[in-house]
Design a protein around this ligand. Structure first.
Ligand code: 13P
Length: 252
């Protein structure tokens, strides 16, 4: 059975002290009342990872970085490698977020290098995909996301593909307060699963967790997660509020 996962993406928010407090608060909520069958992950800024890893119950709360370098090491000022992330005790790396693709020119070629390094270092990639508004309005979102897959994760071996978590995040829904409707989310997730089945087989498609992201909150999570092909969420704004985040974790 594929895993149910709720991952927070804190983006560029919180000071170290605020981040540690937030992680502790989320951890308390998860220990007190978090659904045991939901994997919880906190995607923190690089500066916070070690402290957050040491502030949570590792059996209940995992930690992710939001990016990593495309090179293993060397003279790349300001970069943080996958091996460095691994050495903090984090278990996951968010890759290919639309904000990185859009603002930092992260191409499929760069993403492929990062994917390889993350996998080599035994970390789990949370691979993001999703279309901009113009593509949704043109009705070509399926082709668009399929192409993202073909240029990146469909080049992985079956064994590596099996290690992925996928997050579908329509760009028009991120941070806008406009959520994809439950039907839109299910339709895309079902399409992605079918596309994965076409490439790697039904069994692997059935085992792949596909998360929804984009203005998912404590109010709409239940309806979104009720869909058969939505296996959880990648949560931005609402992951900064422990009371909201726990409700999302418990929304199944
Ligand atoms: P919001 O939940 O703030 O819309 O962000 C979604 C997101 O980008 C998570 O990666």
């Amino acid at each position: 059975m594929r895993k149910k996962i709720v991952a927070g993406n804190w983006k560029c928010n919180t000071t170290l002290q605020e981040g540690i407090q937030l992680a502790k608060d989320v951890n308390t909520q998860v220990e007190e009342k978090g659904a045991e069958d939901v994997v919880v992950v906190l995607g923190t800024p690089f500066t916070h990872i070690t402290s957050v890893v040491n502030s949570v119950n590792k059996t209940r709360v995992g930690v992710a970085s939001q990016n990593c370098a495309a090179e293993p090491k060397g003279a790349y000022t300001g970069e943080v490698s996958a091996a460095m992330v691994k050495s903090t005790g984090a278990g996951y790396v968010i890759l290919g977020h639309s904000e990185r693709r859009e603002y930092y020119n992260e191409t499929s070629e760069i993403l492929n290098k990062k994917l390889a390094l993350v996998l080599e270092n035994g970390l789990t990639p949370i691979y993001c995909c999703g279309e901009p508004l113009s593509i949704r309005e043109a009705g070509t979102q399926n082709d668009y996301v399929k192409k993202q897959f073909e240029e990146t994760i469909f080049r992985l071996s079956v064994d590596d593909f099996k290690k992925l978590i996928i997050a579908y995040e329509p760009i028009w829904a991120i941070g806008t307060g406009v959520t994809a409707t439950s039907e839109q989310a299910q339709e895309m997730h079902a399409f992605l699963r079918e596309t994965i089945a076409g490439k790697f087989g039904q069994e692997i498609a059935d085992e792949t967790s596909i998360l929804y992201g984009g203005s998912c909150n404590a109010k709409n999570a239940k309806e979104l997660f009720a869909n058969p092909d939505v296996d959880g969420g990648l949560i931005g704004g609402a992951s900064l509020k422990p009371e909201d985040f726990i409700e999302i974790i418990n929304a199944y």
